[in-house]
Design a protein around this ligand. Structure first.
Ligand SMILES: [Zn+2]
Length: 623
């Protein structure tokens, strides 16, 4: 984007031409206005504060240069990294705009995300408004006495003319609300943050809270873990030690450090889940007792590893379609299987290489991805590249048919990562790997956007033409990745289903099933989704149906397992169903139960060569 603020006469002339009808008046006006225009700000200054008497409200005051007769103020509709139109303008209220001399200017709403201001003369506009913060998540803002989170795209207006200008930010907060924490650098003025442009303002979330920080240095680079909501269930010291291991492993993976200043893990242990990546920080939402349970804690470490990996993969190395960011419109890319999926492959792997999870824990996480992929019928309808393009209307807005109509590019991308990595290792007898492809990608594309076939070309370079075709087919068809062949290279095998020989899951045997996904969040047996082609689908079951009885037996969640195991797949029976206030009967032919768990086990011929291969992959000595 071009910087168009008046450093030359052209802009002022354009503006005056529209305003002035005669040349002498034009010259007079020009002479009158020139010093004023020259003095106008060449930066945008934002101040935010919180009203004492209201929760969930952020007050914003922005000073923007304006040199056109009409200035258009714009509110973003989405924030990078979270591909959903969120219409942030819906939370902007009480907007008023003043000229430098305090004169109130006319403001007119012209579209859902834009306001027009009639500017009487070039100078500085003072824009004031409120932002209501309805939802606490990593992609929005939140203001409360206990803690606040500011995600710039949901708070700050911009103009096309000011987007490339330096931006400063001052936050007025009192002691009760706590301190301000952000990776945004401070400028020369005391307490005022300053960044090079609007993109950087949006890319630096701010936390306001009373919360402990844990700092560590790795190879001369400083890192900070902020733990908002830390309580007796959260051991901040331990968490920081584990985050440091992830940082060390990720930095040594990429072999090049793109960070220019301290990196912040803004961890909100206040409920919720997820993370959002930025150049110098990440926001993570997690549970208050996440550290109490080993599996839950591994999930949190996985989010940390995922978001930090993103510094390289998607922040600095980015698909061409996401460059530059267009905050108003969807930016369609087929490459989220790489940006998100391969990041999901590496988050677990780097946790293992960092020694944070045991090899068997890594295999459990991998089996979860494989299970999720193979029990999602939608994988047969939509290649992962198309699921990526469709993220704006599918991934972030799932409905009861999503399981039949699409596949997560996180899940399938992670499985593709595992299968492709195994292929490259196998074909090169362990000399090449996906690690090498990723590092080559970064060296080529950290400074310029990459095209859709970039990684395929590098896979050809590293693994040969057949490897390129192998990846191309995984990306463009709906054929399942051959996980069995990939696991076999490591001497492993995937056991599918509930009747695995391992005693751990034998007591959960479900021999027959309806082909539905239950709504676990509600009491009773409520159908959340019906799998396409299943017995339930053929019988006419619908999402939100409550199943009351099967045959002449009352069906409840605690009786489901024993009842279903006494029926064989293929048997006919009837269901008594409550649907929208009515009771109906349905005839059903039972299916084989959907496998509820996959497990990765050793093949009988598992031997030394497999141990060596697994050690190379997992970065751990195997007993
Ligand atoms: Zn991600």
């Amino acid at each position: 984007m071009q910087r168009v603020f008046p450093t030359s006469l052209g802009i002022s002339l354009d503006w005056l031409h529209q305003r002035c009808c005669s040349l002498p008046l034009f010259i007079l006006l020009f002479l009158f206005l020139l010093p004023k225009a020259a003095q106008a700000v060449d930066e945008v200054r934002h101040t935010i504060s919180f009203p004492q008497d209201r929760q969930q409200v952020i007050l914003v005051r922005s000073e923007l240069p304006a040199n056109l007769p009409v200035t258009e103020l714009i509110m973003p509709n989405w924030t990078p990294g979270s591909y959903l139109i969120r219409n942030y303008a819906a939370n902007v209220n009480r907007i008023s705009v003043f000229a430098e001399n305090g004169t109130a200017l006319r403001v007119q709403k012209t579209s859902k995300d834009r306001w027009q201001v009639e500017t009487s003369q070039p100078g500085t506009l003072v824009v004031q408004y409120e932002v209501f913060t309805p939802k606490l998540n990593v992609s929005s803002s939140w203001a409360s006495e206990a803690f606040s989170l500011i995600n710039g795209a949901s708070v700050f207006l911009y103009t096309e003319q000011s987007r490339d200008l330096p931006q400063s930010l001052e936050i007025e907060s009192d002691q009760d609300r706590g301190e301000v924490f952000t990776a945004m650098p401070l400028g020369p003025e005391n307490g005022v943050y300053r960044v090079v442009d609007y993109d950087e303002l949006v890319d630096n979330p701010v936390a306001v809270a009373q919360a402990p920080t844990y700092r560590f240095i790795y190879e001369d680079q400083e890192y900070v873990l902020l733990n908002v909501g830390e309580n007796e269930s959260w051991d901040g010291q331990q968490a920081a030690r584990d985050v440091e291991k992830i940082v060390a492993e990720t930095q040594s993976f990429w072999r090049t450090n793109p960070l220019e200043r301290p990196y912040w893990f803004l961890n909100f242990a206040v409920g919720g889940k997820g993370g959002l990546e930025h150049d110098h920080s990440t926001v993570i939402m997690t549970g208050r007792r996440q550290m109490r349970d080993r599996d839950d804690y591994i999930k949190w470490l996985g989010v940390v590893a995922h978001e930090f990996f993103h510094v390289w993969n998607v922040r600095h190395m980015r698909p061409a379609e996401l460059t530059p960011y267009d905050y108003q419109h969807e930016q369609y890319t087929s490459q989220l299987w790489l940006a998100e999926g391969l990041t999901s492959y590496y988050d677990n792997l780097l946790m293992s290489r960092a020694g944070l999870i045991k090899p068997e824990e890594y295999m459990e996480l991998l089996a979860v991805d494989m299970h999720r992929l193979e029990t999602t019928p939608g994988r047969l309808l939509r290649p992962v590249t198309e699921a990526s393009v469709d993220t704006w209307i599918r991934h972030y807005q799932p409905n009861s048919n999503s399981i039949n109509s699409t596949i997560s590019y996180y899940t399938k991308g992670a499985v593709i990562g595992f299968v492709l990595d195994a292929y490259l290792r196998k074909e090169s007898k362990g000399r090449r790997s996906l690690d090498e492809v990723m590092r080559k990608m970064y060296s080529l594309y950290s400074s310029k956007p990459y095209a859709n076939d970039a990684i395929e070309q590098l896979v050809v370079e590293v693994g040969g033409a057949a490897a390129g075709k192998f990846l191309h087919d995984l990306l463009t068809t709906t054929a399942d990745p051959d996980v069995d062949a990939a696991l076999a290279w490591y001497g492993l095998r995937l056991e599918r289903g509930s009747s695995a020989t391992d005693g751990k899951i034998e007591d959960r045997v479900l021999k027959s099933g309806f082909g539905v996904v239950w709504d676990e969040g509600k009491p009773g047996l409520i159908v959340k989704a019906v799998l396409a082609g299943s017995g339930g689908s053929n019988a006419g079951l619908m999402p939100r149906d409550e199943i009351l009885a099967m045959g002449d037996e009352r069906l409840t969640s605690d009786r489901l397992e024993s009842l279903m195991s006494s029926f064989q797949p293929g048997e006919q029976t009837t269901l008594l169903v409550a649907r929208r206030g009515r009771i109906i009967n349905l005839d059903i032919k039972l299916d084989t139960a959907i496998p509820d768990r996959f497990e990765i086990v050793l093949q009988p011929e598992f031997g030394k060569r497999h141990i060596r291969r697994l050690q190379n992959l997992l970065g751990q000595n195997l007993r």
